[in-house]
Design a binder for this molecule. Structure first.
Ligand code: XMP
Length: 328
């Protein structure tokens, strides 16, 4: 029976007691609300002895990495290392089309990169006569805790999940999970109390494997660029229409099938963008969002006009189940 502001003070005390006067903590951050709130609490508790690591996996959204840096470093003062591993992820994904294989490649590459960065931080701490890194911050929420101990939700058994929390046990680090008793709406409340922008607090969830699972088939630099641009336009128009908060999650996916079209007086033979937007409270079931037609019209015409390589836009009117929220 605590209020959120009491929670902040108590959690900071708890973190200090666990980490001690000299302990060092690492943790992956993504720019999403959970990992940002967790990082902020950690920074308030132990300052620069918390080392955040942001892995650029090459399949983040338009400008996402730069924006995350701006927020985490410039606004929140987090001691952050950005590991640009985009080429490495894309090289590992080359030629791969199976959804589960794509997920596993991204998950494993993430772990490899994170461990290398963690080791570099550990070495630097040792070199400067500091303590070794003993702790790992994870932004696990209560529903994740429940899901992993008592039952597996449908998504977890159907798709190999990967997120910034999903690291190997064999890292031999002690876990710190400041959000493990909170639900998502409580994390948002906490974010607000900690002075975070609405933009961050109300951000839709974004999957660890990023837009790689929103590009059917092979993920190439060119395909990523197309999906990114379409998604950016889509979300921008949703925000302009004032619908962002009503939608639980929205994204534009790239379907690598070609259809004939016409631009100017020229025949085109180009790919398709599939828009998805859902309403849901728990992400276990979901309904497609009933967009006003004029909004869809604007989005479609902007994407067809502005995104090279695309001549058609379709809207996904499938509920979960039987569809899932993501395409892969
Ligand atoms: P599905 O597609 O299973 O998605 O209906 C349910 C919710 O989970 C998100 N999702 C993920 N989140 N790592 C994540 O952190 C993942 O690997 C992953 N796969 C799906 C999805 O975006 C939706 O919110």
């Amino acid at each position: 029976n605590w209020t959120m502001s009491e929670f902040i003070g108590k959690e900071i005390d708890r973190i200090r007691a666990i980490v001690g006067e000299k302990g060092q903590v690492i943790g992956a951050v993504s720019g999403g609300v959970d990992s940002s709130v967790a990082a902020k609490l950690m920074h308030m508790a132990i300052g620069d002895r918390f080392h955040g690591i942001l892995v650029d996996n090459g399949v983040m959204r338009h400008n996402e990495c730069a924006q995350a840096k701006k927020m985490l470093v410039d606004k929140m003062g987090i001691n952050l290392k950005i590991a640009d591993a985009s080429e490495r992820f894309l090289a590992n994904l080359a030629g791969k089309t199976d959804p589960e294989q794509k997920r596993k490649i991204i998950g494993n590459t993430f772990i490899d990169v994170f461990e290398e960065e963690a080791k570099a931080i550990d070495d630097a701490c040792a070199a400067s006569g500091g303590h070794p890194v003993e702790f790992l911050l994870q932004g696990t929420l209560y529903p994740d805790v429940i899901e992993s101990i008592s039952f597996k939700g449908p998504s977890a058994t159907i798709k190999t999940h990967h997120n910034v929390g999903g690291l190997k046990e064999n890292m031999k680090l002690k876990l710190i999970e400041p959000l493990r008793e909170l639900f998502k709406d409580e994390v948002r409340e906490l974010g607000k109390l900690l002075g975070m922008d609405d933009e961050l607090v109300w951000r839709h969830p974004f999957p660890g494997p990023g837009i790689a699972i929103r590009i059917l088939g092979e993920v190439t630099k060119e395909q990523v660029a197309i999906a990114r641009k379409a998604d950016y336009i889509y979300i921008e128009e949703i925000k302009k229409a004032g619908l962002y908060r009503q939608i639980a999650q929205a994204y534009a996916a790239l379907l690598p099938v070609k259809a004939v079209g016409v631009k100017g007086d020229k025949r085109t033979y180009e790919q398709m963008i599939c828009l998805r937007a859902v309403e849901t409270s728990d992400f276990m079931t979901a309904d497609w969002f009933p967009f006003p037609y004029d909004v869809l019209k604007r989005i479609s015409s902007r994407i067809c006009n502005e995104v090279e390589g695309v001549n058609r836009v379709v809207y996904d009117v499938s509920s979960k189940p039987p569809a899932t929220i993501e395409l892969e």
